[in-house]
Design a protein around this ligand. Structure first.
Ligand code: UDP
Length: 259
């Protein structure tokens, strides 16, 4: 059990107070939820893999000049991040029709979209994260027009980069969700990428077989979710061949020794 001060507990992550002002520790759980938490379960080792995958992606995004909250990974399940004021909007970027876009508009899953589509959802569990338009964001003051321009620009840059990153390892980036935050410096704030990027919030399909390598395995009871997350980490070069289970076994071993 941690003695650190808990700041917030979400469905898949916990935020603790960080070692210095303006920092937080983001802890990745194995818990998985779907359909606004109506379906609950765990995916063994998910937290370890998501921590590693998200670290990798945020480090690469940082290297191409995308500002993110990531500072460094601390251990198997935790990373040090900058404290931001979260913009209460989930930004979904879509390249291929799937999920709620397919059900809402009757477009067959797997249809390549004629252009990348960005959708916004209001972050509110009680309301089931309803879809919103720019007009709602402006009218209710959830973000300024300048901030929304910045968010849309960053979302497109992240998408372009990730499409290439995943294509190079035989994965089709169908869609994904981003969250942004305001980083305050004196009286000024700027928008940076927050949250995580992992198979929890992305649809990742194997390019040749079409196999789903993401949380849809859990949502749709397909089985093999831990193996799918491991496969993504392995293809990203984060788990040396044959060592996929070794990392998770090591963690279990440490946990048994009470470390
Ligand atoms: N997504 C997410 N959190 C949410 C809703 C969606 O991470 O609360 C991700 C989801 O994993 C997918 C993309 O955003 O990659 C688009 O999701 P969609 O709107 O199709 O909803 P879903 O079918 O996931 O409920």
């Amino acid at each position: 059990m941690s003695r650190r001060r808990l700041i917030y507990e979400g469905k898949a992550k916990i935020l603790y107070e960080g070692p210095e002002p303006g920092t937080l520790i983001q802890y990745f759980k194995d818990d998985a939820t779907a359909f606004n938490a109506q379906k609950k379960g765990t995916i063994s080792g998910k937290g370890v893999l998501n921590n590693r995958i998200s670290e990798h992606i945020y480090t690469l995004l940082g290297s191409i000049g995308v500002p993110t909250h990531f500072i460094r990974r601390l251990n198997m399940r935790e990373q040090l991040i900058r404290q931001v004021e979260i913009v209460p909007i989930e930004v979904v970027v879509r390249n291929v029709a799937a999920g709620t876009l397919s059900t809402r508009l009757g477009i067959e899953e797997g249809t390549q979209l004629p252009r990348t589509i960005i959708e916004y959802f209001y972050k509110d569990d009680a309301l089931g994260d309803p879809m919103i338009a720019d007009e709602h964001i402006a009218a209710f003051g959830w973000a300024s027009q300048d901030e929304m321009n910045e968010i849309a620009d960053l979302a497109i840059r992240v998408n372009d980069f990730l499409c290439g990153l995943f294509a190079a390892i035989g994965i089709r980036l169908v869609d994904f969700k981003l969250e942004f935050g305001r980083l305050w410096e004196n009286d000024y704030s700027r928008i940076i990428l927050a949250d995580e990027i992992s198979p929890d919030g992305c649809r990742l399909w194997d390019m040749s077989s079409g196999e789903k390598l993401d949380k849809d395995r859990f949502r749709r009871d397909l089985g093999g979710e831990a193996e799918a997350y491991q496969e993504v980490a392995r293809r990203l070069g984060l788990l040396p061949e044959g060592e996929a289970n070794a990392v998770l076994d090591l963690e279990e071993h440490r946990a048994k020794r009470g470390k």
